[in-house]
Design a protein around this ligand. Structure first.
Ligand SMILES: [Fe+2]
Ligand SMILES: [Fe+2]
Length: 220
């Protein structure tokens, strides 16, 4: 399986960049998780990565914040009618994007080998994806806490531990990161994790730390 970082807050050489988050996953299925802020960034960066934004099987929105959904119009334009798994929110907007809204109300499976935590605190979901190396947990901003989201994904998927947790951790405390380290083999703090959190994981758990930025490609 491959995870391609279409945009992260940290710039990558040759890529466009802003404050946002979007990854493309290619494994059993091909899908986009969050869609950054605008089409120009998704189109430019996917081109540099040699990727097509067409032929997606489905899309996932972690939560209704603009830095995660601004680019969905181009996803709908290139993949009309594919499902968008999103927490309850703006279904009208999803239809305007040309996507089929699939409101996620609780923990469960979304597609073969893909599970959702369900919306924690009523508004943000994380997902788990089955890969040959184990379960990869993808998070958006982690407003409800990256440890809680990861735990919920492990529970619903039946895995004891994650292989990797990647995404925005929302300026977590050291305690949150310590708890997270017990739940996963590898940790890739991105987006709104903050430099302090990245430095903490790099220093305390060097064997777990994976640095990612806009344009990073992870082979799993
Ligand atoms: Fe965010
Ligand atoms: Fe957010």
């Amino acid at each position: 399986m491959r995870i391609l970082v279409l945009n992260d807050n940290t710039p990558g050489k040759g890529f466009l960049n802003d404050w946002g988050w979007s990854v493309l996953a290619e494994g059993k299925s091909r899908f986009i998780f969050d869609a950054d802020t605008k089409r120009e960034i998704l189109l430019h960066n996917s081109k540099v990565l040699g990727l097509s934004l067409q032929n997606l099987d489905f899309a996932v929105l972690s939560h209704w914040h603009y830095d995660h959904y601004g680019g969905f119009p181009i996803v709908g334009e290139l993949n009309p009618g594919i499902p968008l798994y999103a927490p309850p929110g703006n279904g009208t907007m999803v239809r305007q994007w040309g996507l089929r809204v699939r409101e996620v109300a609780k923990a469960g499976d979304l597609e073969a080998g893909v599970w959702t935590s369900g919306p924690l605190n009523g508004f943000e979901q994380a997902i788990g994806v089955e890969t040959p190396s184990g379960l990869v947990v993808i998070v958006g901003c982690s407003h409800p806490g990256v440890d809680g989201l990861t735990k919920a994904v492990l529970e619903v998927s039946g895995y004891g531990k994650a292989h990797l947790v990647i995404g925005g951790f929302h300026y977590p405390s050291a305690r949150t990161l310590d708890r997270l380290s017990e739940l996963t083999e590898f940790i890739a703090p991105a987006h709104c994790s903050g430099e302090d959190a990245k430095a903490y994981v790099r220093r305390k758990y060097p064997e777990k730390f994976i640095g990612v930025r806009t344009g990073s490609v992870l082979e799993i």
